[in-house]
Design a protein around this ligand. Structure first.
Ligand code: DP6
Length: 330
């Protein structure tokens, strides 16, 4: 009744921003991402009649700290979904440990809930098809639907719970792109994604972003199938800027950028003018992802560390699907 899984975070090139149903994490558009190998979360889940005997509730420890408030509620709600699936009412103990700063817009909820889905289902002895695992992971966090697969992944918006799942476009070894995570802040973000998804419609830029997604999806798919970094990078930058144009014009607005965020974006553009194959994208936070080739990655990573305000970089390769392991966190 105890299982541990390791799942990778993912970076979206075509983004999920704005929800059809925020409770079920149903998006308004398909999205496309790459699962990452160096930004992972290890999650142990145990269901047992003895867990929480003294306190009568689930015991949840994320990144070495007892989870509280909204974060705890979200994990408990997810455990309730798993309990409903298997018909148990046993309490659970959950622990997680990530290799990257969490809650800073680096999609830590994706690797956490993908790992929790895989470990939780294994702990309950439930063997489901990957597509079903993806729909279940989505109930924890939308982007977690994509982290159930390795490599290049598309999440189909669907419109109903059972139709909204991710599927692999290409495996991890299809294209050895590098994604360099540029950390400019490790502070938890002020505005969670959930609030951003809910507020998105209040932006005058919202309809424009949504209207461009089908063209962006087609461009991103073709770029991946033809291994065209310029095409993928161009879409990824456009998508990131549109997402932030929406978020900074909502009511209330959310401005995620820090001075170092902008400095990194400008540095990427300066390198491109010199002919280097580098492109940026960002999720809902100040940290930046820089896409480049394996050949350029060492030079780009060194150059990024020299940008004012950059704390460190994590150079990622395409990652695989979540894996079950036998070393548990408790
Ligand atoms: C900007 O998946 O974190 O990273 O469903 O509320 O958990 P919830 O949202 P979340 O949103 C991710 C938003 C994004 C873009 C993306 O990954 O597609």
């Amino acid at each position: 009744m105890k299982a541990t899984a390791q799942a990778g975070a993912n970076i979206a090139f075509v983004k999920y921003w704005g929800a059809l149903d925020p409770e079920l994490h149903l998006p308004l558009n398909n999205s496309i991402s790459l699962t990452l190998d160096q930004a992972t979360t290890l999650v142990t889940v145990e269901f047992s009649p003895h867990v929480g005997e003294d306190v009568g509730e689930d015991v949840i420890e994320l990144e070495g700290r007892r989870a509280e408030g909204r974060v705890r509620e979200r994990v408990v709600r997810f455990l309730d979904h798993l309990r409903r699936l298997s018909g148990t009412d046993e309490r659970a103990r959950v622990a997680s440990q990530s290799t990257f700063p969490v809650a800073t817009g680096l999609a830590s909820s994706a690797s956490l809930f993908a790992g929790m889905a895989v470990a939780g289902l294994a702990a309950l002895g439930l063997a489901l098809e990957p597509r079903e695992v993806s729909t279940i992971a989505r109930l924890g966090s939308g982007s977690a639907a994509r982290s159930v697969f390795g490599g290049w992944v598309e999440w189909v918006a669907g419109g109903r719970h059972e139709d909204s799942y991710a599927y692999p476009l290409k495996p991890r070894d299809w294209w050895p792109v590098r994604d360099i995570i540029v950390i400019v802040s490790q502070e938890p973000k002020e505005s969670p994604s959930l609030a951003g998804h809910a507020a998105a419609r209040t932006s005058p830029c919202f309809a424009g972003r949504l209207a461009s997604t089908s063209e962006h999806l087609a461009l991103a798919r073709t770029a991946i199938f033809t291994r065209d970094l310029e095409a993928l990078g161009t879409v990824a930058e456009a998508e990131a800027l549109l997402l932030h144009a929406v978020s900074m014009t909502t009511d209330p607005p959310a401005l995620y950028w820090l001075p170092a965020t902008v400095a990194v974006m400008r540095q990427v553009w300066a390198w491109r003018r010199e002919g280097m194959p580098v492109y940026f994208t960002l999720d809902a936070g100040p940290n930046v992802h820089v896409l480049t080739t394996p050949e350029e990655a060492p030079r780009v990573a060194t150059g990024l560390c020299a940008v004012d305000g950059v704390q460190r970089t994590i150079v990622c390769q395409p990652g695989g699907p979540p894996v079950l392991g036998d070393v548990h966190l408790f």
